[in-house]
Ligand binder design. Structure first.
Ligand code: 5GP
Length: 213
């Protein structure tokens, strides 16, 4: 990807580019023996990258890695006392894991390598929420089943990380140990993904012009 020129208002990303970023990340995960046991896609932006990534992670003769979906949306919130100071972004869960189904088909998430996938890390609010809540759920389940000694390892993959001050921090240990994977770090401008394009041909041309093909 070329760095965005100052006059560039939006970063256009093509489907091909997304495919290649997922392929590149999968190769890295494989080379570092960091292949996940399960992928958790944050909807809707994480769905397509998660699905592409899965194909490239799979080695010949291996079973497909399961993909589970969670739905998270960011809304303006006024806080409890609605002064202007308390306006912020609140994460709302629209879909969560079905632990019953996971336990039945996958022997729980406890002790597994779990990769959380989204398309973009903007303020980091969504990723922070997803990671914190998933960790909490797995910890509670492990306590219940007397399996607290098993280490569950979370990693994060995004196509793009925006280079900007974040509202939340992910654990230092995750950031420092190569378990935060951003295929590209980009300037803080709007990223136009192909699935939102009303004219995909124009979109792809723009992506080409910017070198995101
Ligand atoms: P967060 O601020 O929590 O890191 O990002 C929340 C969500 O906002 C992302 O998952 C994504 O859906 C959306 N978002 C943030 N920045 C962009 C952007 O530049 N382009 C698009 N298409 N979505 C964005």
């Amino acid at each position: 990807m070329t760095a965005a020129a100052p006059e560039v208002k939006k970063l256009y990303i093509s489907y091909n580019n997304i495919h290649k970023l997922c392929q590149e990340t999968a190769e890295k995960l494989k080379a570092e023996s960091n292949k996940p046991d399960i992928i958790i896609a944050i909807g809707g932006g994480g769905f397509i990258p998660a699905r592409i990534l899965r194909s490239f992670i799979r080695e010949q003769g291996e079973k497909n890695i399961p993909i589970q979906a969670i739905g998270l949306s960011l809304y303006e919130s006024m806080g409890n006392n609605s002064t202007i100071d308390t306006i912020g972004k609140e994460v709302v869960r629209t879909q969560w894991l079905d632990f019953g189904a996971i336990d039945k088909h996958f022997d729980t998430l406890i002790g597994k390598k779990i990769l959380i996938v989204d398309e973009v890390d903007d303020t980091r609010t969504t990723l922070y929420y997803a990671l914190t809540e998933l960790k909490k759920d797995v910890r509670n389940q492990a306590i219940k089943l007397g399996r607290s000694d098993e280490k569950t390892i979370f990693s994060v993959f995004v196509l793009h990380n925006k280079d900007k001050p974040k509202k939340e921090d992910l654990p230092k240990e995750l950031m420092d140990s190569g378990r935060y994977l951003a295929a590209r770090t980009v300037p803080d401008i709007w990223i136009a993904y192909p699935w939102d394009a009303s004219d995909i041909d124009y979109h792809t041309e723009m992506a080409k012009t910017q070198g995101n093909i």
